[in-house]
Design a protein around this ligand. Structure first.
Ligand code: ATP
Ligand code: MG
Length: 586
């Protein structure tokens, strides 16, 4: 500790929103350079390397071979996939001295596909899995929580190459199993949830999420079956369609009812609606959004219909529409369409305005609604989907809430938050087709290769681990990734504690135990313990007062169990317990 580069800080960094970020900075693991750009100090780098090594071992164990691609990629490579244009603002673009365009790769599909195309020509070269552990660049709109969402971050990405769908399914399963082993070895709690396959196309797609309050993803778990999905990808049970017994659509004067609350109040006191009661759930909320396809210069309007008692989840919409961007339309956008009257929009009119109308599946075929009459101060009641309006499409748009019903078994869903640790998905032939990645099949005919794509956020996993394991005292690493096995504190007056510490440290090290030794003189016991607790190495050994009786104290950082051991045998007992993973305290 007297030599360790980096120091612990007394105060929280001003920009730290989440506990793991706060502690990784305070305990001397990382330092901020720019928004979403961090340096790793020795303690942090040790954890990062430990995570990397576990990931590497499990990738090699399924037969994947390690490669390393550059981060700096010429534009041409991304032009060929269309992503120079499609990737949007998140792509770091730059020019060299000759004014040639380059980018800093956010992900490496193109490079893997091109490289395999150059090296492989026969079905005998397949199946093939390649991986790298490499730095990625994304100009994230909102870098957040330190290394959890960086603009520069370390990712393990791998790709599988197979001749047919059955081969892809096997490669996918092998990666999925490897991911389970990785996250278990890392000591992370995780859930596997259904995910959207996004801009890159493909079919089977699952994410590994670390449940955590600070996570940016929300996911559902069914209380009745094993259905689990990212809310971006979730389907919920929709109400049955109603085919008959509908009243005719009626237009009512409802002055000053631009909000749903005002509308419901007006309906429940409306002279013409004696005896009928309405709630927000009977109304149809129509949200005007604007969308912009990749490369397009103008935004197009669209209207999204959801039940009036539900919110629209823009992130969920965006995930399904990607790479097309989506935003809520503003007053200036509505002005371009005089037919759209804010507060009184109804779908009856949209087709004639040439504005696409998309409804959430909760707006079932034959369902009956109160909605705007496209005239200021007027609403229509008994408006029936399929009779009075026909949506252009359905899209899961509502914000999912606890109690929404499972699409598989009908039981209530629970909503929770999580951090996306990894993503496995079947990319299929999209990139292989674009780049002409073919091999000669057993019949001598060329066949397009099918690919799987698998990512793990290595630097994000460090943050997620910190977040899941920290406690009131500080970081609290699982042994598998901790920067050392033992934090040895020598404390007290004179040379005795330091001589004992020196001896113990060298004995532990020769027993294969890694040690962070607090050999600092003139630093108080209180500060030493506070630092040890904050740094979060799993075993804290103290050579201090007990030395008078020939004893050192061993303490488990996570459980706070303590035990005295004779100085003479302590190193042997500790290294033995680490080798056998038997608890020192039972
Ligand atoms: P997110 O939805 O969190 O932005 P993503 O869907 O863009 O993630 P992928 O492109 O699938 O992520 O990347 C693979 C993995 O890389 C993710 O599962 C995540 O763990 C990690 N990752 C992605 N973006 C970042 C980032 N900005 N900072 C740190 N890790 C990241
Ligand atoms: Mg992302």
């Amino acid at each position: 500790m007297s030599e360790l580069f980096g120091r612990t800080l007394r105060d929280d960094p001003a920009d730290a929103e989440v506990p793991s970020h706060r502690l990784l900075v305070r305990a001397g693991y990382v330092r901020r350079v720019a928004p979403g750009v961090y340096s790793w100090l020795p303690l942090g780098l040790a954890v990062l390397r430990n995570v990397e090594e576990i990931v590497r071992e499990e990738m090699v164990a399924i037969g994947a071979q390690e490669v390393l691609f550059p981060a700096l990629i010429p534009r041409d490579v991304f032009d060929r996939s269309g992503r120079w244009a499609d990737y949007g603002d998140a792509l770091f673009r730059l020019k060299d001295r000759r004014q040639t365009d380059y980018l800093l790769a956010p992900t490496h599909e193109e490079m893997f596909t091109l490289t395999v195309k150059a090296e492989c020509s026969s079905y005998k070269d397949l199946p093939l899995s390649l991986f790298q552990i490499q730095t990625k660049y994304r100009d994230e709109a909102r870098p957040r929580a330190g290394v959890m969402r960086g603009r520069e971050f370390v990712m393990k990405d791998s790709y599988s190459f197979d001749l047919d769908d059955a081969g892809l399914a096997r490669s996918y399963q092998a990666h999925r199993d490897a991911y389970e082993r990785i996250f278990t070895r890392l000591g992370l709690t995780y859930r596997i949830v259904g995910a959207v396959s996004g801009a890159m196309g493909g079919s089977a797609s699952e994410e590994f999420l670390a449940p955590a309050q600070v996570g940016e993803d929300t996911f559902v778990e069914c209380s009745g079956c094993d259905y689990a999905a990212n809310t971006e990808a979730v389907a919920i049970a929709s109400p049955p369609s109603q085919s008959d017994g509908h009243l005719a659509m009626t237009i009512l004067d409802t002055p000053d009812t631009a909000t749903i609350t005002a509308l419901v109040d007006a309906l429940n006191t409306h002279p013409k609606l004696n005896g009928r009661t309405f709630t927000a759930a009977d109304t149809l909320k129509n949200l005007v959004v604007k969308t912009r396809a990749p490369g397009a210069t103008v935004w197009e309007l669209a209207v999204i219909g959801v039940p009036g008692d539900r919110n629209v989840d823009l992130k969920r919409l965006a995930a399904q529409l990607e790479p097309t961007e989506v935003e809520v339309a503003g007053p200036e956008d509505l002005e371009r369409h005089p037919g759209l009257i804010a507060g009184y929009i109804g779908p009856q009119l949209l087709a004639s305005l040439n504005i696409p109308y998309l409804v959430d599946p909760l707006i079932a075929e034959g369902s009956v609604w109160v909605t705007g009459a496209n005239q200021s101060g007027r609403h229509a009641i008994d408006v029936v989907r399929g009779r009075d309006f026909v949506p252009d499409d359905e899209i899961g748009a509502v914000e999912i809430v606890d109690g929404d019903l499972c699409v598989r078994c009908g039981a209530p869903l629970r909503v929770a938050r999580g951090i996306e640790l990894g993503h496995v998905f079947q990319l299929g032939r999209k990139y292989a087709e674009v780049f002409g990645l073919e091999v000669l099949g057993p019949d001598g005919k060329p066949k397009v290769v099918t690919m799987g794509s698998y990512g793990i956020g290595i630097s994000r996993a460090v943050a997620a681990l910190a977040e899941q394991t920290l406690d009131d005292l500080g970081l609290c690493w699982p042994r598998s990734v901790a920067p050392a096995d033992v934090h040895l504190v020598a404390t007290g007056k004179g040379n005795v504690p330091f001589e004992a510490g020196e001896l113990l440290a060298s004995e532990l090290q020769s027993g294969g135990v890694t040690v962070l030794y607090d050999d600092r003189r003139g630093v108080s016991t209180g500060i030493k313990f506070r630092d040890a607790e904050m740094i979060g190495i799993p075993t804290i050994v103290t050579a201090g007062r007990g030395l008078a009786d020939g004893l050192v104290e061993v303490r488990d950082r996570a459980t706070n169990e303590r035990r005295d051991l004779p100085l003479a045998t302590a190193a042997g007992i500790i290294s033995q317990s680490l080798r056998t993973t038997e608890s020192l305290f039972s």
